[in-house]
Design a protein. Structure first.
Length: 350
């Protein structure tokens, strides 16, 4: 008899068969006329977003220096969400949804967003497309992040503590350096390291050499790691391989605070993104509204907050509940446990 374990997959009653509709196809993608509208990329708007990201990053650093020791601490804390913004816009560039012109999209994705923020856009694109083709399939690059939930609260706390203390960041940094000896990743490693040398030299030339290690490298290795894990498990933690995207991807109600800290540029509308990965970030709320209007994403499927979802991820699925002031979290099913990732691909899981 096959063993069963709790998962985070919503029960079938919360995944009604409602497709196709007059606006959505059988896969959930918009019909052609609507898809043209929702797939429209705003070159001017995205250029402004990239500029604003760098302007706000510089403002955080300058403000931190001006305020003194307390300002440095505040700047350090604010830089974690900034790296989330770099990663989110880099994700758009990896999907070639940042600019209509492919060359401009890739150049900005690499040199303006990716390499300065330790983000290898081309390597990421390769693995990320495998993720979209078959979530939790044999080529899933992020299985170690998603597998095994729900877990005991102390397990997640231990993982987050390692992230916060830089253990995960150190592994990533060592991997970046080791990439110099690997032909397949050497170009990206060289360019990322070169970008960091330029940033360090610029900080030193301006008289503030400590800005790079304390307000750039350190947040990337620590607070960004915590944010990245919390966001990743909120996207797919404990889900399973399925042709139904509602069984592979969580749906969470969005808020301004979550958008500021955790899921900028509408990346929190992740179910909508996985239903149609060709829709740029500005139009994901509209795509999400289409899914909800069609009944594909009923209220009971949507976690009322990230806190409610994290709480469910840290308790037996059958016992998970939302905070008293919020609506109940979606009921989870008991399903055959997916195969774990190969040991070589799995981080220290504690």
């Amino acid at each position: 008899m096959a063993t069963t374990t709790p998962t985070m997959v919503p029960v079938p009653e919360l995944r009604p068969e409602v497709l196709p509709t007059d606006r959505l196809t059988a896969s959930g993608k918009p019909i052609p006329e609507l898809r043209v509208e929702l797939r429209r990329i705003s070159d001017v708007g995205n250029a402004w977003s990239v500029f604003a990201l760098w302007a706000s990053t510089i403002a955080i650093v300058v403000g931190g220096i001006w305020l003194g020791p307390v300002g440095w601490v505040l700047a350090f804390l604010l830089m974690g969400p900034q790296f989330a913004r770099f990663a989110s816009l880099g994700h758009e560039a990896a999907h070639r949804l940042l600019f209509n012109n492919k060359r401009i999209n890739d150049w900005v994705g690499r040199w303006v967003l990716g390499y300065p923020s330790f983000f290898p856009v081309d390597l990421y694109r390769r693995g990320h497309m495998a993720h979209h083709r078959d979530e939790f399939g044999p080529d899933e690059p992020d299985m170690a992040f998603y597998y095994g939930y729900p877990v005991a609260p102390e397990v997640l706390r231990r993982r987050l503590k390692r992230d916060a203390w830089g253990n995960s960041g150190w592994k990533n940094l060592k991997g970046l350096v080791r990439g110099l000896s690997m032909e397949s990743v050497r170009p990206s490693s060289r360019r990322i390291i070169g970008a960091q040398v330029v940033l360090l030299a610029l900080c030193a030339a301006l008289g503030y050499p400590l800005v790079w290690p304390l307000l750039w490298l350190a947040p990337w290795m620590t607070s960004w790691r915590v944010i990245n894990r919390l966001r990743s498990i909120a996207e797919h933690g404990g889900m399973q391989r399925s042709s139904d995207r509602r069984a592979t991807t969580h749906a969470v109600a969005q808020s301004r605070m979550a958008g500021f800290i955790l899921v900028p540029y509408n990346i929190g509308y992740h179910l909508a993104h996985h239903v149609d990965m060709g829709i740029p970030w500005r139009n994901l709320p509209a795509m999400d509204a289409e899914l909800r209007a069609a009944g594909y994403e009923p209220d009971g499927l949507v976690y009322p907050s990230y806190r409610a979802l994290w709480r469910a991820l840290c308790s037996p699925a059958s016992d998970s509940t939302a905070p008293a002031a919020e609506a109940p979290a979606p009921a989870a099913a008991t399903s055959p446990s997916p195969s774990p990732p190969a040991p070589a691909d799995r981080p220290d899981r504690g």
